[in-house]
Design a protein around this ligand. Sequence first.
Ligand code: PRT
Ligand code: ZN
Length: 286
Amino acid sequence: MKQRLKIAIQKSGRLSEGSVKLLKSCGIKINVGVNKLKALSSSFPVEILYLRDDDIPQYVSDGVVDVGIIGENVFVEKQKEADLVQRLGFSKCKLSLAIPKTQEYKGVEMFQGKRIATSYPNILKQFLSSKGVEADIHEISGSVEIAPGMGLADAVCDIVSSGSTLFMNNLEEVEIIMRSEAILIANPKLADWKQTLLDKIIFRINAINAAGNNKYILLNAPNDAVEKICNIIPGMKNPTVMPLATKGWSSIHSVVDESAFWDSIDQLKAAGAEGILVIPIEKMIV
Ligand code: PRT
Ligand code: ZN
């Protein structure tokens, strides 16, 4: 039987789509069927297990699965032994403290002796004790945001994304305890052959991330502007310069960083560049 790396992803929820998309872009094709618990990839030696996100840290730590994709918030809360091997950049959110809008926020000391509803008691306890505050933490597994309105709590500590859930429940975010995103975790004692497979996946994720920050750029320029333009967009090693059919003109190809992109465009135009085309890059091996 073929040896396979076992990867756990969330069965259905806010991490599922991003997890499947990431695996797919790493060349790991899987069929996502309704009510499926497991799937084998035909293009890479992995077995995918579809689980509830809360169970993934335990399974990874016990070695029932080798790696898992979960929210950093869940990983930190569960306090299971596993290695954080890669941040994945999707399902971003915050874990925040919120109080009724009608109250004025006077600082974290305000939570002393207050009842706080949360699904993240460990993270909250640690945060409050780092501030020297002791509160009455009520662990609830869902619909935390309705607790203050029902008179069950004075405040909440919950996941915030757009902020609309807090808004609809007349709550206001007053402290950000942690920022979270999807992460890849692994069992700390992987066999060598599993580590080799994991390293291949990490290599591919890095190639995708590097590509995401860069664009491929093509432009035309008069030959006397080529040197100046090459200095503006130096690319990975050097830009490619090719003569155009029109005498005295060249075509220049290079790679630009997304963050410096618009600045580069202004400089390129000023240097005489024309017909600038910008194309997304799918993967980048540096
Ligand atoms: O069934 P299972 O246990 O697997 O899933 P789940 O219901 O426990 O988790 P799920 O799918 O809701 O979330 C999985 C992970 O996605 C979380 O652990 C976070 O890491 C991440 N994530 C990103 C979020 C959100 N955004 C989010 N908005 N998790 C939850 N929410 C909820 C939040 O609890 C609150 O109720 O959405 C509401 C707030 O959203 P806004 O946009 O109104 O602020
Ligand atoms: Zn869950």
